[in-house]
Design a protein around this ligand. Sequence first.
Ligand code: SF4
Length: 341
Amino acid sequence: MTSTLPDAKRVLLAAPRGYCAGVDRAVIAVEKALEHYGAPVYVRKEIVHNKYVVETLSERGAVFVDETDEVPEGARVVFSAHGVSPAVHAAAAARSLQTIDATCPLVTKVHKEAVRFASDDFDILLIGHDGHEEVEGTAGEAPDHIQVVNSPDDVDHVVVRDPDKVVWLSQTTLSVDETMETVRRLRERFPSLQDPPSDDICYATQNRQVAVKKLAPSCDVVIVVGSANSSNSVRLVEVALDAGARASYRIDRAAEIDPAWLDGATTVGVTSGASVPEILVRDVLDRLADAGFGDVEEVRTATEDLMFSLPRELRADLKAAGQAPARPTRGPRRAIAVEPV
Ligand code: SF4
């Protein structure tokens, strides 16, 4: 690879990166549930889309299941940060499960928008990836009114009842640029298309994309730490490439770095998805340092201080037991607010 960049090897480290407020809250919710109620604590789907997190919680006694019918009657189950449809709540109630709903409040906001527009009889075009848990949960709020639009190419196939009564909503973890392209094409077809009341793509997704966009043009390669089923991690690879990185790779762990990626490189960008604990990024930086990339410069484009309180059900039980509100238990985390936000 021919590089016009300086000869000194360096790492540009994106900030913000890693854990968002919704992931932080969901992971702490499972940890606190294990501490307070004891193992096993069942979790429907992966609490957040990260292999390391799921493996670590499994070792501590969390049992991950696909559906509520795999949970013993009356047992305790945590719903993941991605949210669930009303049908899942009903199925859990039918089995008398004790639920802890760790749905990110920013996903809940989109659910509420869907319910409101459906009650006003809008056709709702939900931009997102068919089959993703968050999309299933949101679509399940109003299945008769919602259709999923996967990409700009899907727009031509959209059929609505009344073109003057159409709104778009979106999954929280999409590429901002691709979503805006989908909206542009939708608006060409439906000029009266209504926007969501506020951004559905969440602050954390947007901030991580802005940061990687800033460093990508200077990078020979951008390494994104995150799991393959993590939508926002996969988007970061695409955003890095679109923004000018010569190559970009997603990895779960430092051991997956192929030394050939670094051949001839002088600047390596590093970032991580919103479900990735910082310890995995530190491992990547250590491995890069071993390869001669010990000079690390942080590229910060925003500062985040959002916090969410723990799920209501868990908070009530902790309070009744006289326990202090949850604090970070692993890694550099923020405290969790006592009151709902
Ligand atoms: S990525 Fe955004 S919507 Fe998803 S859990 Fe994090 S803050 Fe919530």
